[in-house]
Design a binder for this molecule. Structure first.
Ligand SMILES: [Zn+2]
Length: 308
């Protein structure tokens, strides 16, 4: 499942292609990919055809493209967009930027034909193998704290479907104090809390395991027993892990400009716990263990990460 760094690779690739582009045509090849759109496929197509796009924005693992208001005779740049095209990547969703003549990828569910003032004709394919992802046109609401809604554009408005998602820990408007207070007030365990997107967004199974390993915290540690100092340390390790993955994504990104691929290539060469079961812990050399956790796995060092 794509986490913050993987979704940022998609956003980063999409942003220059969609900023100022106009949607000429929308084809919905599989209506199941519109399950979060409030209306039939015809409505989705009608609301997007002819729309001008402002850029690509991300909060945590959520991605959206604000749509310029259709305000004839007015300077639309000064008007705040009221709607956005929201993409939920789910488990396997990909947003592929294509040359218009490129063959359609298998499992393409929605296809957009765009015209960009500089890059010319472009195609964006929403590809999703397992259809846990989806696209929708959604209303933009003002953010509660008045700060920019996410990374990519300075707009302080967020799609209604994303409004309940917490800011991610790399967001300049992330409220660290409120996060730490809510974390310690929760009657849960620490990894469940890290995966709770209403508490902190962008973290999935991979980077949760990596940050817990770095902070030497057991995934099943009850949150109320985590000291304030340990909680701050864990948050800092989350940031370090996410930033490192972003840096690696940034360096491998340029070659992907015409093939933005959110689902491929986790930044696996720097993983120290996730998927490393049986391999020595890079800190103490005791083998990393994998335990069943929420239908997936938790990877940790039984020596460095004990429940305290
Ligand atoms: Zn260890």
């Amino acid at each position: 499942m794509p986490e913050l760094p993987e979704v940022e690779v998609v956003r980063h690739g999409l942003h220059p292609a969609v900023s100022g582009a106009t949607i000429d045509a929308v084809e919905v090849l599989d209506e199941r990919s519109l399950k979060r759109h409030d209306g039939p496929a015809e409505d989705f197509i009608e609301r997007l055809t002819g729309a001008r796009l402002r850029g690509a924005v991300r909060r945590g693992k959520f991605l959206w493209v604000p749509i310029e208001p259709f305000a004839s005779g007015r300077d639309s740049a000064t008007d705040a967009p009221a709607e956005a095209l929201v993409a939920h990547l789910g488990m396997s969703g990909q947003v592929l930027l294509r040359d218009p003549s490129a063959e359609a990828a298998a499992l393409t569910r929605i296809r957009f034909s765009l015209t960009h003032p500089v890059h010319g004709a472009l195609r964006v394919d929403f590809v999703d193998q397992r259809i846990f992802g989806s696209m929708a046109v959604d209303a933009l609401l003002p953010t509660r704290d008045g700060a920019a809604a996410g990374y990519g554009l300075p707009l302080a408005s967020i799609p209604s479907q994303v409004a309940h998602i917490a800011r991610d820990p790399l967001d300049p408007a992330f409220d660290e104090r409120a996060f730490l207070r809510r974390l310690q007030g929760k009657r849960t365990t620490v990894k469940r809390a890290l995966l709770d997107q209403t508490l902190v967004s962008g973290i999935g199974n991979i980077y949760a395991d990596e940050a817990l390993w770095a902070a030497r915290v057991h995934y099943d540690q009850p949150t109320e027993t985590l000291s304030a100092r340990k909680a701050r340390e864990l948050l800092e390790e989350v940031r370090i892990v996410l930033r490192r993955a972003l840096d690696e994504g940034g360096t491998s990104f340029d070659a992907q400009y015409v093939n933005v691929n959110g689902a491929s290539g986790y930044f696996s060469h720097s993983l120290r716990a996730y998927g490393q079961q049986g391999k020595p812990c890079p800190r103490c050399e005791r083998p990393i263990v994998r335990e069943q956790f929420m239908n997936r796995g938790s990877h940790f060092c039984p020596r460095c990460q004990r429940i305290r």
